[in-house]
Ligand binder design. Structure first.
Ligand SMILES: [Zn+2]
Length: 207
């Protein structure tokens, strides 16, 4: 894809700590005014400090933005996960566990597990064939990676860098980093990676 991932400097401005990572994950997956799955009202969502969760203003239902992502059960800081994913998206031939260990300052065992999970969730878009086709269900899911605030010329609109995954139910997941959620950006990804003829679900995708 002809899209630019974040630079390292941009990354650390966007994600100075775990809180900013969790907030971005929440924003990309749900966002304020997200309809509560329990009471079905559009809600403001409040951060619960004791866990990686947000609470409904009306009924107190909790949303956990890490559930269903590679970082669901991890004790490794989210910022390290995000940075590891950035390394994977910017390195053409992949990242070894040894390299992750060195870059992140984690143990080799942790680095190896992270690399395995990230690889499971990512595949080189250029080398993988399309998924889906007649009789299949494909889910397009956005998880996150970053965000770059544009200057005045774009009237301050935020262009999000997100990871888009096309997941065939019970099957493959292919992932690419795209700079925003506009239809024009997402369409080439979908066209290239999803076969025509099946059902495509984009529940969480606004475009
Ligand atoms: Zn609620």
């Amino acid at each position: 894809m002809s899209t630019k991932p974040l630079t390292t400097a941009q990354f650390f401005r966007q994600f100075p700590d775990d809180e900013s990572c969790l907030n971005r994950l929440f924003e990309v997956r749900f966002g304020q005014d997200f309809e509560c799955p329990k009471c079905e009202r559009a809600s403001k969502w409040f951060r619960i400090k004791a866990e990686r969760a947000y609470s409904c203003q009306w009924c107190g239902h909790h949303l956990h933005p890490t559930v269903g992502t590679p970082f669901e059960k991890t004790r490794t800081p989210l910022q390290l996960w995000f940075y590891a994913i950035l390394l994977f998206t910017t390195t053409r031939h992949g990242v070894s566990a040894k390299e992750l260990e060195r870059q992140l300052g984690v143990t080799y065992k942790t680095a190896w597990r992270m690399a395995r999970l990230i690889r499971e969730h990512m595949a080189d878009v250029d080398s993988e064939g399309p998924i889906g086709g007649p009789g299949t269900n494909v889910e397009i899911d956005e998880t996150l990676v970053g965000g770059v605030k544009r200057g005045k010329e774009n009237r301050g609109s935020a262009a999000k860098t997100i990871v888009v995954g096309a997941l065939e139910r019970g099957g493959e997941l292919i992932t690419a980093v795209v700079p925003n959620q506009r239809r024009a950006t997402l369409e080439p990804f979908v066209t290239k990676n999803v076969r025509i003829g099946g059902n495509v679900h984009t529940d969480e995708l606004r475009s």
